[in-house]
Design a protein around this ligand. Structure first.
Ligand code: ATP
Ligand code: MG
Length: 482
């Protein structure tokens, strides 16, 4: 039974059984057709001969020795009392071929008797009319069940041949599957470098193997990425934890020398930093899991005007064009703006400018500063998680290097891009999003009334949540450098 679980055995059994049913049906009809054909042919020939001698008997022209052909070798003219009046050479002399006499109203009769097939014709309807028998011994093929045995043997041989063929073909087709299965069994999360063997050709199994290998390659990449991420994340978290531990140990060991309030303040600021990193990691994980925030129409210019922070020291210019509508999540876009602005303010020499406009059917938000800028070689690298350039580290020891990674993920989730573009001075971060084509007055009013009015509240509170972080960072920078 377990054997039947294999596809090879199942297909072979099914195909063979199906073929056998067809062959048996064909065999049975062939058997009937052959029997009918041979019998009918023989009886017709016998009838012709019998009719001929019956006519001759009516005119009393039957010779004592009836001449007979090889096909219809047995001919007898038998009187009503059983006396043999005439016979062919091969018909037995003393005994009539049959004792049955056709009745007067049905003068022609087909008889199968004593191993012979005979046509009996009553010469006339008269009571004492003689009977002509003509026929031959039953042909070998019709004797007993010889024909059926022969056909059954044929069916059996054909079925065995078909079974062997199906078994061989299916086995050949499935052979690569065993190899693929064995290889997949070897693959573990700790080693995704193995690939399944790809059979030659373009059949389904080859395609399956190819797809499996592509999936494995993607999995390997993803696992490797996760591993690196976990390594960098733990490394990034270890530094503030070590700092925290040192501060606390110091306070415990030298209670007289260390001001406990200062220690606690220091510990709190490190905790702030830890919290910021963990929050960013969480945000990244959520974005990667494509947390579906229902998109809403957003007036990008309005959002930027409202949400741009104006820190003391560096002036921030906001230049927005009206009616630049996009569809997306306010909270996430505010987060991008906050990230770009806090970076720009940190690196700017004297001022930061934020532009919002629509260019070539796209909504564009650019944040530019007049600082040192970012070298072309680093322009992709800064979007990787935990990347901080040397200059960045010096300017803000509190940054975790996750801000731009998060911002780019948000841009992607909005079907847009976030890139650093050329500018005469400093760095210019450009966010491009699909422009919402229909921004009619109606939808504008409706959204202001029903959506934005409510959502601005949410955005405000989220901005509030973000601002202390930026401020805390400013504070930390002061304590860090001072
Ligand atoms: N406007 C800019 N000018 C120059 N360098 C920049 C600018 N913006 C970002 N960078 C560089 O890119 C790095 C990565 O920025 P990102 O915002 O990802 O991290 P961060 O600001 O250091 O930390 P986080 O934003 O996670 O608190 C920064 O550390 C800095 O070196
Ligand atoms: Mg940042």
């Amino acid at each position: 039974m377990t054997h039947l679980r294999s596809i090879q055995a199942r297909y072979t059994t099914t195909a063979t059984l199906l073929l056998m049913v067809i062959l048996i049906a064909v065999g049975a009809s062939t058997d009937l057709a052959i029997r009918y054909h041979v019998e009918d042919g023989l009886f017709r020939a016998a009838e012709r001969v019998a009719s001929q001698w019956s006519a001759a008997a009516r005119h009393e022209q039957v010779p004592g020795m009836i001449p007979a052909s090889a096909e219809i070798a047995l001919v007898q003219l038998v009187a009503s009392d059983g006396t043999i009046l005439a016979a062919s050479r091969q018909a037995p002399g003393g005994r009539p071929l049959s004792t049955s006499r056709p009745p007067a109203d049905d003068r022609f009769q087909r008889l199968v008797e004593g191993g012979n097939m005979l046509m009996a014709i009553r010469v006339t309807p008269a009571a004492d009319a003689p009977v002509v028998y003509a026929g031959s011994a039953t042909p070998g093929i019709l004797r007993g069940h010889r024909l059926e045995y022969l056909l059954a043997l044929g069916i059996l041989l054909l079925s065995v041949l078909a079974a062997w063929l199906v078994w061989a073909v299916v086995g050949r087709t499935l052979r690569p599957v065993a190899g693929i299965r064995a290889r997949i069994a070897e693959i573990t999360v700790s080693d995704l470098s193995l690939r399944v063997p790809v059979p030659p050709g373009e059949d389904e199994i080859a395609q399956l193997a190819r797809t499996a290998n592509q999936t494995l390659a993607r999995l390997e990449g993803a696992v490797e990425q996760q591993r690196q991420f976990a390594a960098t994340a733990s490394h990034e978290l270890r530094t503030p934890i070590t700092g925290l531990r040192m501060q606390l140990e110091e306070a415990l060991r030298y209670p007289g020398e260390v001001d406990p309030v200062r220690s606690m303040q220091g510990a709190l600021s490190v905790t702030d930093r830890l919290e910021a990193i963990v929050n960013d990691l969480l945000a990244l994980a959520r974005l990667r899991a494509a947390d579906p925030t229902p998109p809403e129409p957003i007036d990008l210019g309005e959002l930027v005007s409202k949400e741009t922070m104006h820190p003391p020291g560096t002036p921030v210019d906001v230049r927005t064009a009206p009616g630049v509508w996009v569809r997306g999540s306010q909270i996430q876009l505010i987060r991008v703006l906050g990230n770009l602005l806090s970076n720009a303010v940190r690196h700017a020499e004297s001022r930061v400018t934020v532009y919002v406009e629509s260019v070539d059917g796209q909504a564009v938000m650019a944040v530019a500063d007049d600082g040192a800028g970012i070298a072309p070689a680093d322009r992709e690298r800064v979007f990787e998680r935990f990347t901080r350039l040397e200059d960045g580290r010096f300017r803000d020891s509190g940054g975790s290097g996750l801000g731009l990674a998060i911002s780019r993920d948000i841009a992607r989730a909005h079907h847009g891009t976030l890139r650093i573009e050329d500018s005469p001075r400093g760095a210019r971060f450009v966010l491009r999003l699909p422009l919402l084509e229909e921004s009619p007055e109606y939808s504008r009013k409706a959204t202001v009334r029903d959506g934005v009015a409510r959502d601005v509240g949410a955005a405000k509170s989220s901005a509030r949540r973000m601002r202390p972080r930026a401020n805390a960072r400013e504070g930390r920078t002061a304590t860090g450098t001072g």
